[in-house]
Design a protein around this ligand. Structure first.
Ligand code: DAH
Length: 341
């Protein structure tokens, strides 16, 4: 009997040695220390042994049981440690690595100007109306009272597409016709922001691609003083109360009378410099009372309705606001320039 216990113990220890994972360890426990294991059964048999034999065998069986339990605990600890080390290896996380900073985006200065313009006109009751950047000759010129071969077309050097009569709009003014045809004969108060394109020699003041914000108000009693008041108020809200502005008589085929609005040059404070070509003033917009021909083309009776229109340049306004001396910086996409805003 003692020998048998010895054998059981040796076999169990040898088996335990071969155990490599938690499942196998549990199976080992059931078969060597479980209720129906051979070792446990020896305890059941103690009662049938003689008085002399019983203590020695009992003691030996207990010893074996304790030895196996201790070995089990040891092996269990070893396996747990192994698993931990393995997962530390495979799920390695180096907490000493410096974090990756989040890149903070920002709005392009023109976008900010456009939003500011939208807000100021929004406060005055103007709604934003979108119109296409690819236009027809009819909308970009004809309907705005600029017939083919008319010398006025010289003011707009145009990008034409390979489809005859389809072009990139040179100004946002064709949007006036779209908006009028949509709402006639209702009164209108809208602004039309968007990109325009001109086939031009670029310079510090001109680029081939730029934004405009067109404005249009149509109603029964709209006068030139409404136009002047609205635009003067607009410049005060954009540049501050102290801003100095002037209106100059001008000519546009789609307005009569027509004017241009200037702002005192930010660089020389009106003294005259290179940026303002010595005049002390910078032009920011064209405007006027909507021409009767345009009114008719838009579907309004010019004997009953009147209106004003304007087209202003957000790039110019941005240049004035931030004292930028060259328009080409705005679309040059140079991060050193953009990061300043
Ligand atoms: N469309 C003109 C341009 O691009 C600007 C302009 C002038 C717009 C007078 C208007 C206006 O609405 O009334 O040069």
């Amino acid at each position: 009997m003692l020998e048998q216990i010895e054998k059981l113990e040796q076999q169990a220890l040898a088996d335990l040695h071969a155990v490599q994972d938690e499942d196998a360890l549990q199976r080992w426990k059931v078969s060597h220390l479980g209720r129906s294991s051979s070792l446990m059964k020896t305890f059941d048999q103690l009662g049938s042994l003689s008085k002399e034999e019983r203590p020695a065998i009992g003691r030996r069986a207990n010893q074996a049981k304790q030895a196996l339990e201790a070995a089990f605990n040891q092996q269990s600890d070893r396996l747990r440690q192994q698993t931990l080390e393995r997962s530390l290896q495979s799920e390695r996380l180096d907490v000493t690595l410096p974090g990756r900073p989040q890149v903070r985006g920002r709005l392009h200065p023109i976008t900010r100007t456009l939003r500011q313009i939208n807000r100021v006109f929004g406060d005055m009751g103007f709604q934003v109306f979108r119109s296409p950047e690819v236009e027809t000759d009819e909308y970009n010129f004809e309907l705005l009272n600029i017939p083919a071969h008319h010398p006025a077309r010289d003011m707009w050097d145009t990008f034409h597409t390979s489809t005859p009569g389809v072009l990139l709009r040179t100004h946002t003014s064709p949007g006036q016709i779209h908006v009028m045809r949509k709402y006639a004969p209702e009164p209108i108060r809208v602004i039309l922001p968007g990109m325009c394109y001109r086939y031009e020699q670029v310079s510090a003041r001109k680029d081939t691609q730029f934004n405009q914000v067109e404005g249009l108000a149509i109603g029964k009693n709209i006068t030139m003083s409404d136009l002047k008041g609205t635009l003067t108020d607009f410049t005060r809200r954009m540049f501050g109360e102290q801003v100095r502005t002037r209106f100059r008589a001008s000519h546009f085929p789609f307005t009569e009378p027509s004017a241009e609005m200037d702002i005192e040059c930010f660089l020389c404070q009106g003294a005259g410099c290179g940026v303002c070509s010595g005049s002390g003033w910078l032009e920011i917009l064209g405007c006027g009372m909507v021409h009767p021909v345009v009114m008719t083309n838009g579907g309004y009776d010019p004997t009953k309705f009147m209106g004003y229109a304007f087209g202003l340049g957000p790039e110019r306004i941005t240049m004035l606001l931030h004292q930028i001396e060259d328009i080409r910086y705005l679309w040059g996409n140079d991060i050193r320039f953009l990061e300043q805003f």
